[in-house]
Ligand binder design. Sequence first.
Ligand SMILES: Cc1cc2nc3c(=O)[nH]c(=O)nc-3n(C[C@H](O)[C@H](O)[C@H](O)COP(=O)(O)OP(=O)(O)OC[C@H]3O[C@@H](n4cnc5c(N)ncnc54)[C@H](O)[C@@H]3O)c2cc1C
Length: 325
Amino acid sequence: MGGSAVVVGGGIGGLAAAIGLRRIGWEVTVVERARVLADAGAGISLHANGVRALDVLGVGEAVRAAARPQYTGGTRTPRGTRLARMDGAVLERELGTPIVGVRRAVLHRLLREALPAECLLIGVEVTSVDRSAPGRVRVPVRDGVLDADLVVAADGVHSRLRGQLLPGHPGPVYSGSTVLRAVSEHPVPLRTDFELTWGKGAEFGHIAFTDGRAEWHAVLNSPPGIRHADALAVMRRRFGGWHDPIPALLDATRPDAVLHHDIHELATPLPAYTEGRIALLGDAAHAAALAAALTTASTVEVTRGCTPTISADCPLRTVVSSCPR
Ligand SMILES: Cc1cc2nc3c(=O)[nH]c(=O)nc-3n(C[C@H](O)[C@H](O)[C@H](O)COP(=O)(O)OP(=O)(O)OC[C@H]3O[C@@H](n4cnc5c(N)ncnc54)[C@H](O)[C@@H]3O)c2cc1C
C-alpha cells in the first residue's frame, strides 16, 4: 500500500523516482532548489537498461520518439583511424532496445510532464531532514514541514543530505577531468550517431540528435577550477586539427553555448544507500567519473527495479538489497 514520500532534488533521478513511486500509489512531493525546473546539460546517451527502465515508468515511448537511436559509431584516434566500431543493431537485437541519444532538456521535460504540477515544489532548498519522530521523516521547507514515510535524497553528487546521514563519509573528490560541452546551433553532416576520439590527455565525442544537430563534449585532464574567457577558442586551438567532423562541430557552436564543469565522483563507495527511512539515489549515491558515467541509465534502472517493492512499512534496506542488479 502506498505511503507518502518527499524526493529531494528534481534532476533526472529525482523525477524518475517520483514517477515510479506515484505509479505504485504513493503521494510524492519533489523539492527542487532551482527556481526553474530544467536540466542545464547538453546531450545524453541512454543505454538499454535506462531505456527499458523508462518503459516501465511509462515514458519510454515518448523518449524514443524524441531521441535518435545509436546504430553507428565507435572510437577513433585524432587522425581518424578507427580503434573500435559500434554496431547498434547487434546491441538492439541482444538487448531489445537501441541506445538512444537525446537532449537532456528534452528528457527532463518528458519526465516533468509525467508528473502533476502539484507534486513539484520549486525554488526551495532542503537543508536537513528530521528523523526524531518514530516511523516518520520530516523535511523543513520554506513555510512549513513536509511529513513523510520516506525521503529520497536525489540531490546530486554534492548531496547535502548524504553529508547529514553519513558524516564519516569523505564525500566527492575531483576526478582529474574537466568537461566542456555544447549543442550545435544548426545541423552538422555526421556519418555516425555516436563517436569518441581519444587523444593524449583528452577525449572528444559527439551524440547526434533527431533534428541533425549534435552535442559535442571535450574531456580534458586538468587541475580543477580553470576557466576560459573564450572557451570555444580554446577548443578550436586544442581540437581544430583533429579529424572531421570535430572542427565542423566547433564551427557550428555559439561561443556562449559552451558549458564547462569539473567532474567530481564518489571514489569511496557509501556503506549503504539507505539509512532508516531515507534512500540515496543517483549521483548522491554513486556518482562516477565520466568514463564510467552511464549513471543516468543506472539511476532510472534502480528506480524501476526498486519501486515495485517499496511499501510504507517495509524496511528500505530490504527493498534495496532485493533490487535487480
Ligand atoms: C558531462 C556529463 C555527461 C554525462 N553523460 C551521460 C550520458 O551520456 N549517459 C548517462 O547515462 N549519464 C551521463 N552522465 C551522468 C548523469 O548526468 C548523472 O548521473 C545524472 O544526471 C544524475 O542525476 P541525479 O538526478 O542523480 O543528479 P542531478 O542531475 O545532479 O540532480 C540533482 C538535483 O538536486 C537539486 N538539489 C541539490 N541540492 C538540493 C537541495 N539541498 N535541496 C533541493 N534540491 C537540491 C539540484 O538543483 C538538481 O536539480 C553525464 C554526466 C556528466 C557530468
